[in-house]
Design a protein around this ligand. Structure first.
Ligand code: IPM
Ligand code: MN
Length: 348
């Protein structure tokens, strides 16, 4: 992909800590040797309560125009905007890298360096279900070939780049039809990558192993809800859900990503919203993923490293036992980023 010096980005604002997170992204964007043009869309609950369709239409127009979007957390009331956007933009794959940051306090000693690849649609998200009489309820769970194949394809391509294997995980011995189909599709894709080791692992057993020996897992691909559980669990292992960043992709028939949306894994954090205490790491990493996706590989890497370095140096927000506010943390990241950019300029 070409790397123009101006980057246009749709920016989806939400609720709770959304504005604090966005402020951090803008502070960092201003420190980059690149002109960022953000195109804001209001997806707040207030707007959606009286004009949900208009809000989603604006979001759609913006992402179709600019191809990439950054999204902040939104409150789920009637509907989940995440689910609506995934379906509306045909996002079929979610990529969530989670890794240990030396020095950040956790309850675990193992080293996590994991990529969760999640089918973005279907599974239990397909159907909110209905009550059957007063004592029962039922819902349908959906697994489809196309998004499963795209998730598997994404996982194997990533494995090729990283030089590692792929674990697929589900409950295929119990959900024989649905998870059986998912594993069948992953196996079909695996056949086309004979040099990459593929191993199917039951989801419960995989979680236990991941917690005990996280080093054994680099890429795990799974159906929608399992990926949801797994990415939060992995973030918990490394110390905070605020450390998770997420990429959502839509693909054309040739398998190239057409639209992409990047967001932090964590939610709106209403308990601290507006107090300037939120940890913007996940949003800054999401922004770094966006930069890399748009071809700004070095800048994305520099931002990714700057956040890690800041966290490692002990300059942290309160959720990680530090004393910094959101803006102060963002300023520390800008400082680290400045050092990295200068070093790369002087290296030529
Ligand atoms: C996530 C979130 C969403 C999900 C919610 C907000 C619907 O938890 O992106 O992981 O469950 O997928
Ligand atoms: Mn989640």
């Amino acid at each position: 992909m070409s790397t123009p010096k101006v980057l246009e980005v749709a920016e989806f604002h939400g609720d709770g800590i959304s504005h604090e997170l966005s402020r951090s992204v803008h502070a960092v964007a201003a420190a980059l040797p690149l002109e960022l043009r953000f195109h804001p869309v209001d997806l707040s609950l207030e707007r959606r309560r009286h004009d949900a369709e208009g809000a989603y239409r604006d979001a759609e127009a913006a992402i179709r125009k600019h191809a990439v979007a950054l999204k902040y957390p939104t409150t789920t009331e009637r509907e989940s905007p995440n689910k609506v956007l995934r379906e509306r933009f045909d996002f079929t794959v979610i990529h969530r890298p989670v890794s240990t940051i030396p020095g950040v306090p956790t309850r675990h000693s193992g080293l996590v360096d994991l990529h969760v690849i999640r089918v973005a649609v279907g599974g239990t998200y397909e159907d909110a279900g209905r009550r059957v009489g007063s004592d029962a309820a039922v819902s349908i769970r959906l697994i489809e070939r196309r998004p499963s194949r795209q998730a598997a394809e994404f996982a194997f391509r990533l494995a090729q780049r990283l030089g590692c294997g792929v674990t697929s995980s589900s409950k295929y011995t119990i959900q024989r039809a649905t998870d059986g189909l998912f594993e069948e599709v992953v196996e079909e894709v695996a056949q086309r990558y004979p040099r990459i080791h593929h191993h199917a692992e039951l989801f419960d057993a995989m979680l236990a192993k991941l917690i005990m020996r996280p080093e054994d897992f680099r890429i795990v691909v799974c159906p929608n809800e399992y990926g949801d559980f797994l990415s939060d669990a992995a973030c918990g292992i490394v110390g905070s859900v605020a450390l998770g960043a997420s990429a959502n992709y839509a693909f054309n028939d040739a398998g190239d990503a057409t639209l992409a949306m990047f967001d932090p894994v964590g939610g709106t954090a209403p308990d601290i919203a507006g107090n300037g205490l939120a940890n913007p790491s996940g949003s800054l990493w999401a922004f770094a993923m966006l930069l890399q996706h748009c071809g700004h590989l070095e800048l994305g890497q520099a931002l990714n490293d700057a956040v890690r370095q800041t966290l490692q140096s002990g300059r942290r927000t309160r959720d990680l036992g530090g004393a910094l506010g959101t803006d102060e943390f963002a300023a520390a990241v800008c400082e680290a980023l400045g050092g990295k950019l200068e070093a790369s300029v002087s290296r030529g």
